[in-house]
Design a binder for this molecule. Structure first.
Ligand code: XLS
Ligand code: MG
Length: 345
């Protein structure tokens, strides 16, 4: 099998300013133009967008304004030779999504969320991508008695169907996360996302996006999530990053907390041929709060460098010896062989 030449991307939110729930930004905000320039300068191939990264203040703009701004952005991207990988509706900021977006108890709010998602599809069309990402941030509850989870599944299907019917070409990738901002989310894992896809009016256009940290927060191995999604041909994007156990969402550089878990994700991507149908490797990473402005790109460059080193490690892994050890059920030796390989022998 020939080798995949991976393509890389990130989103403007990945050049964040260091604020957390306990303190203000630690770096001065940069303009969108600066971020795009960095992306280009450092050889990334595409940018990911929220709908309002592409068209700021989208809720207060007319369809014509959205079209003009999105088309202007497309021209700039084309000039730079940068693709738009995905567009995702930001359904967690508006006063209309305080109690959830698609699963709000208030029908007016649910309607808002569907309309907003259609605007997001318009933006995606203008930017030249058919891939919509749904991170279902507020689809869950703080207390279970506040919502009817059975109804919420119907609401999610209704919302996804409305989008699939609005545009017959788009594909939707659901990005599951088990918690944060909600206590408990309705679609916590890839299994849930792909099962939900089956209930929609066009299951083959509904797939998923795996984020490493989200899988770890669900207590799962992201490599197994990759193999599972790819068994269905449904891994359409990936957010590589890292996470130190069951804590707040950390979005650390890829491999930062657990190099072996990162290695196994790369092996899973390699064995399934991820990237061969044009899929991108995205890094949904944030700089540490302590990062100085002059080191603003380091977490992205380091993530890419680690990824590429691990691709080499995956390709040079001594599969023959590994298979012999497996046949002999000598998993002790296999374990050490993996460690030695990662340590450089
Ligand atoms: C947040 C999500 C977000 C999505 C895009 O946890 O990872 O960054 O990837 O909406
Ligand atoms: Mg993500």
């Amino acid at each position: 099998m020939s080798k995949t030449n991976y393509k890389f991307c990130f989103g403007p939110w990945n050049l964040s300013e260091g604020q957390d729930p306990y303190g203000p930004p630690t770096r001065k905000a940069q303009t969108f133009d600066w971020k795009l320039e960095q992306l280009k300068k450092h050889g990334f191939d595409a940018m990911m967008f929220h709908d309002d990264d592409a068209v700021p203040d989208i809720d207060h703009k007319s369809a014509a304004q959205i079209r003009d701004e999105a088309k202007a952005l497309r021209r700039r991207l084309d000039d730079l030779g940068i693709a738009a990988e995905i567009v995702a509706p930001r359904l967690w900021f508006s006063p209309m999504t305080i109690d959830g977006a698609y699963t709000s108890n208030d029908p007016k709010c649910r309607q808002y969320a569907i309309e907003r998602s259609k605007r997001c599809i318009d933006v995606a069309r203008y930017l030249g991508t058919d891939l919509i990402v749904l991170w279902l941030a507020r689809e869950g509850s703080y207390l279970r008695e506040a919502k009817n989870a059975r109804k919420c599944v119907d609401y999610l299907v209704e919302a996804i169907d409305a989008q699939l019917q609005y545009d017959k070409k788009i594909r939707i990738a659901i990005e599951p996360k088990p918690n944060e901002p909600m206590d408990l989310a309705y679609i916590p894992t890839i299994g849930h996302a792909l099962a939900l896809a089956q209930l929609t009016c066009d299951p083959k256009r509904v797939g998923c996006l795996i984020e490493t940290a989200h899988a770890i927060l669900a207590g799962l191995d992201p490599a197994d999530e990759i193999d599972f999604a790819m068994s269905f041909g449904k891994l359409w994007s990936i957010h590589l990053n890292d996470q130190n156990g069951l804590k707040f969402d950390q979005d650390k550089p890829f491999g930062s907390a657990n190099l072996r878990v990162a290695f196994n994700q790369v092996r899973a991507l390699e064995r399934n041929g991820y990237g061969r149908r044009g899929e991108y490797v995205a890094f949904d990473v944030h700089p540490f709060r302590t990062t100085k402005e002059e080191h603003w790109m380091a977490h992205l460059l380091n993530s890419r460098a680690t990824f590429l080193r691990l691709v080499e490690k995956a390709r040079t892994f001594d599969e023959k010896t590994a298979q012999k050890l497996i046949a002999n059920r000598d998993y002790q030796a296999l374990d050490q062989m993996v460690l030695e390989h990662l340590m450089g022998r």
